[in-house]
Design a protein around this ligand. Structure first.
Ligand SMILES: [Zn+2]
Length: 253
């Protein structure tokens, strides 16, 4: 055998081993995550009682978008501009009321972002991935590193037009890149504490069990419109949107 052939043979062996290990890892992970799923299902499937009158899992304001429920195409709805951001026109007034409420309590707020198209998210994802590759990562590494910090296109709740990133102006000034500890500011605390009065919920809470349900780390600035009755119920029962929708479905709604 020539040296070259030996090398090629070795390379094939290495690749096959890597693929084998990868497959093993993958099936292992699949197993692990399905176990996790069933245990989190158990905890979030406790029967919900006194559900809000008329609330159904199929209501427009309860649409669930996450990494397990990605959108395959752009959603269609009337859009409106509010404080420089685009949102579903049906929540424009609620966003204004939320900001006005904060102002009346003494807090200026910044509406940082609202609706983002799947196309836009694709561009963001591609740009971050390109930078990772430019910094020396392989395609696979770059994809993984990007997915850890950027929602993959189709799975961002901002596609719905019902999600807003909003912060107390002082908190935003200190943390322009949005960080969890913006919640140390009284302005951000006010937003978190009063969101439900305006039909919003803090969508990605910080409890470990809830992070498992949402698949997203704690975000003290990301709020989701679900309507006042749903928001108040979710707040009172400490429910993520995932758990609430599941509970409605379990109740045949
Ligand atoms: Zn957000």
């Amino acid at each position: 055998m020539t040296k070259k052939k030996v090398l090629v043979g070795l390379l094939v062996l290495v690749v096959l081993t890597a693929v084998g290990l990868g497959a093993f890892n993958f099936s292992n992970q699949g197993h692990k995550s399905s176990q996790q799923n069933s245990s989190s299902q158990k905890s979030s499937e406790q029967k919900l009682t006194n559900l809000p009158k008329g609330a159904k899992s199929t209501d427009w304001d309860l649409v669930l978008v996450n990494k397990w429920h990605p959108l395959s195409s752009e959603m269609n709805f009337d859009k409106a501009t509010v404080s420089g951001a685009t949102v579903d026109a049906r929540i424009k007034q609620a966003v204004l009321d939320f900001q006005n409420g904060a102002r009346a309590a003494g807090y200026q707020t910044n509406l940082i972002s609202g609706y983002r198209s799947i196309q836009y998210q694709k561009e963001v994802f591609a740009n971050v991935k390109k930078n990772n590759i430019a910094e020396g990562m392989s395609d696979e590494e770059a994809e993984k590193a990007t997915a850890a910090v950027v929602q993959s296109p189709g799975s961002s709740e901002h596609h719905t037009g019902l999600a807003i990133d909003i912060a107390g102006s002082d908190a935003f000034e200190k943390y322009p890149n949005l960080e969890a500890n913006m919640d140390q500011f009284a302005s951000q605390k006010w937003l978190i504490d009063h969101a439900a009065d305006y039909g919003f919920v803090l969508r990605y809470p910080k409890e470990k069990s809830q992070i498992k349900q949402t698949g997203i780390d704690y975000e003290s600035w990301h709020f989701r419109y679900v309507g006042v009755k749903n928001a108040k119920y979710m707040k009172a029962h400490n429910l993520t949107l995932e758990a609430y929708v599941k509970g409605l479905q379990a109740a045949g709604r």
